[in-house]
Design a binder for this molecule. Structure first.
Ligand code: ADP
Ligand code: MG
Length: 729
């Protein structure tokens, strides 16, 4: 009966590494091969068009239709030279992932044949039938039009012989229906706000960029095993499965040697990344078995985010070439670590100054502290919102599970920064600002040159950490669109910087000198935002209590966490910065609640099916096998011996019966709870009902199925077990 399981396990364990075609050239030669980057633009566009396009990108200026037409010609030529046959507007709808609708370049030539054409109009704007994308009620069904519009700041690329043009996606009435639109608005908002503040220190600053370096964690599972697990196929995570005897206790996987099959996959993936201009740099094993990480060199946030989305889609494709499936779910396996996507975030000026890096002069340090403290204040004021920005049905399994950040946003600064903040708080003069940055440390080993001690200690329990020259937002989920977190953060920081600047200007107007004005406002902010600063153990129970006392948002129910988007403080902040309107916020929350419900609904259905059609029948068979056995034993032995021999067996039969009856009862209850929840009109209330009434039943059902897994004959068990899914040879 479990033939399938044994077959797939054998297939998976026998699998060898797939050969990778390594290009003969070095990465410099093929890096960006499929990207319409500046080098290609220069080659394929008339000089005048090239200059106009580069100027529009660098100075955020509009592009005329004629120039767009000229760009379209060059882009088409380049795409066709590289084998493309189709083009698509590539955008990020409010569901997960990316969307694309392909059109061939062909058009009638009037003589019964075709020509390949492409125009500025098609490049700049398209009107995909948008009725099936979630919109949260913004569009009526009779007005299903949505527009995608070219984002000139992210270069077009070729994927699978299709020219992909990164675009925003908006409704007929101009509201955003995607992640990119508000992300771009937030990037502009933080640019404007931070530039104005940076000019106190250097009047020549024209722009401030926001940078993102994501670290993508993921699991790999052999495709044969994956296919034999309906839960993985349908929901991306295991809904049942007892922990394996060995999992991550020995911590022997972290940074361990990478298995050869996986190494081949990683190499293949990196080559693909580099061809698409994704600067993949770091790879390693993660803590959990079968868990890995890929990190690129950081880039401007919009581009970095496009690259992350692109990575997530090519990853799945490359994995299949290696007979793997990638799991981007935040918690594919209970009992071992889940996957996150650390978002390393920083701001830097067009003059080359990293605003979260300490400098060499007192004024540079004052600038560093100005930006760090404003970022901290933004996180403090909007901690509930930032938590909402990373929350989802899937990430909920990971947060607060004592292996990932807790579901409370706080900031870890490390002792170096904490000392500086302390010093400023306690001082009444700006004279203390001459702190040195790093101390050289000699190890006393002649073979090892002097090393620099990192200014920051590591604290893995913090959701938001200062790491020397940037902040690391660690609570982001592995399957998330980084834009959700980044747009909230950029907007909040922009708003904080705007209000900071207003206060400084008021002081200057009263005749206070700049250094003192800055110093005084910084100190006030440090004192005000102290509750967000926490360097201790984020996993501890004491922290929960303390965070609550500090007034930080401690909500754990995801549908209620989303309420933070609709707090007055959030609505006003998004309005002031122009990042999202109230209508957009309301619509997006409708989508979030609906998505939450749908995910749980699907999981609950799959679990019900696994319970009733896979596990209960097997348990019944095993039980009747035990009963048969008892009857046979009974025929062989006298009564008292029989009683002695079968004591345990009787107990087991009873236990199995108990587990089965609970499973059957709870499946019925779960179905009933779903029926009740489905009748609720409000998306918010419905999502809460799923959270409160459906999820707990699922947990109970799983608990009893996992118990059965331990009792039932291994030969009979129908689904690959954790120990089989999790250890790639
Ligand atoms: P960790 O030790 O935290 O796992 P990694 O080397 O895996 O570090 O990843 C660090 C990430 O941070 C990389 O993507 C890197 O490009 C990015 N990063 C480094 N400096 C900055 C910065 N100033 N701004 C944004 N991202 C940065
Ligand atoms: Mg890392």
């Amino acid at each position: 009966m479990s033939d399938l399981r044994f077959k797939v396990v054998e297939e998976a364990f026998d699998r060898k590494a797939v050969h990778v075609d390594i290009p003969n050239e070095r990465p410099e030669a093929y890096y960006g091969k499929y990207v319409f980057n500046r080098q290609k633009m220069f080659e394929y566009l008339p000089k005048q068009t090239y200059d106009a396009l580069v100027n529009a990108i660098d100075n955020k200026e509009p592009l005329s239709r004629e120039i767009a037409d000229s760009v379209a010609q060059g882009m088409k030529k380049w795409a066709i030279d590289n084998g493309a046959r189709h083009y698509t507007h590539w955008f990020h709808p409010l569901t997960d992932g990316t969307a694309e609708k392909h059109d061939a370049f062909i058009d009638h030539d009037g003589k019964g044949g075709v020509v390949e054409t492409f125009t500025g109009k098609l490049l700049v704007q398209q009107e995909p039938d948008a009725s099936s994308f979630p919109n949260g009620g913004i569009r009526n069904t009779f007005e299903a039009r949505g527009y995608s519009a070219w984002d000139i700041s992210s270069p077009a690329f070729i994927l699978d012989k299709t020219l992909c043009i990164p675009t925003i996606f908006i409704s007929y009435t101009g509201e955003s229906l995607d992640y990119k639109t508000p992300l771009l608005r937030s990037i502009n908002a933080v640019d404007k706000a931070a530039t104005a503040v940076a000019r106190y220190f250097d009047p020549t600053v024209k722009h401030v960029n926001s940078f993102l370096g994501w670290e993508q964690e993921y699991f790999l599972v052999d495709e044969a095993l994956y296919s034999a697990r309906p839960d993985l196929v349908m929901t991306g995570r295991t809904l049942m499965g007892h922990e394996s005897a060995k999992n991550q206790q020995l911590e022997d996987h972290y940074f361990g040697a990478i298995p050869s099959r996986v190494e081949a996959f990683m190499l293949d993936l990196e080559i693909e990344c580099h061809k698409l201009g994704i600067p993949a740099k770091t790879r390693h094993n993660e803590v959990a078995p079968n868990q890995f990480e890929l990190a690129p060199i950081y880039e401007e946030t919009n581009l970095a985010n496009d690259h992350n989305l692109l990575l997530m889609s090519i990853m799945s494709e490359v994995a299949r070439r290696h007979n793997f499936r990638v799991l981007l779910h935040e918690k594919p396996f209970a009992g071992i670590n889940g996957s996150g996507k650390h978002n390393n975030w920083s701001l830097g000026t067009d003059t080359g100054v990293a605003l979260f890096s300490p400098g060499k002069t007192p004024m540079q340090n004052l600038q560093f502290i100005t930006f760090v403290v404003n970022a901290m204040a933004a996180v403090y004021r909007h901690n509930g919102l930032l938590k909402a920005s990373i929350s989802s049905a899937t990430n909920a399994h990971r947060l607060g599970a004592n292996e990932a950040p807790p579901a409370i946003i706080s900031i870890f600064t490390g002792t170096y920064l904490a000392n500086i903040l302390n010093k400023i708080e306690k001082s009444d003069s700006a004279d203390i600002l001459d702190f040195s940055t790093k101390e050289g440390m000699s190890l006393g080993l002649s073979q090892i040159p002097e090393i620099l001690v990192d200014n920051t200690d590591r604290n893995r329990t913090s959701p938001f950490a200062f790491t020397g020259n940037r902040f690391e937002f660690r609570a982001v989920g592995s399957s998330a669109n980084c834009a959700s977190a980044m747009l909230a953060l950029n907007a909040a920081v922009a708003d904080e910087l705007n209000s900071f600047k207003a206060k400084i200007d008021a002081r200057l107007a009263k005749g206070e000198d700049l250094t003192n004005a800055l110093f005084n406002e910084i100190r006030a902010l440090i004192i005000e935002t102290k509750p967000i600063h926490f360097d201790g153990n984020g996993y501890s129970d004491e922290w929960r209590q303390e965070a609550e006392a500090r007034g930080l948002d401690c909500e754990t129910c995801v549908p209620k966490i989303f309420d933070a988007y609709l707090l007055n403080s959030s609505i006003e902040m998004f309005k002031r910065t122009g990042v999202l309107s109230e209508v957009e916020l309301e619509a997006r929350n409708e989508v979030k609640w609906e998505m939450y419900t749908k995910k749980i609904q699907i999981e609950a259905r799959v679990l019900g099916d696994l319970a009733m059609n896979h596990i209960v029948p097997v348990a019944t068979r095993y039980q009747s096998f035990l009963v048969d056995n008892l009857v046979k034993i009974k025929s062989l032995f006298p009564e008292e011996k029989f009683a002695q021999f079968v004591e345990q067996d009787l107990g087991n039969i009873e236990k199995i019966a108990g587990h089965m009856s609970t499973i059957k009862r709870e499946v019925e209850n779960m179905v009933e709870e779903r029926r009740l929840a489905n009748q609720i009109e409000s998306e918010r209330e419905k999502a809460i009902a799923y959270h409160d009434n459906v999820v707990p039943r699922m947990e109970t059902i799983r608990y009893h199925m996992d118990k059965l897994e331990l009792m039932i004959d291994n030969e009979m068990w129908p689904l690959p077990k954790y120990r089989e899914l999790l250890f790639i040879r």
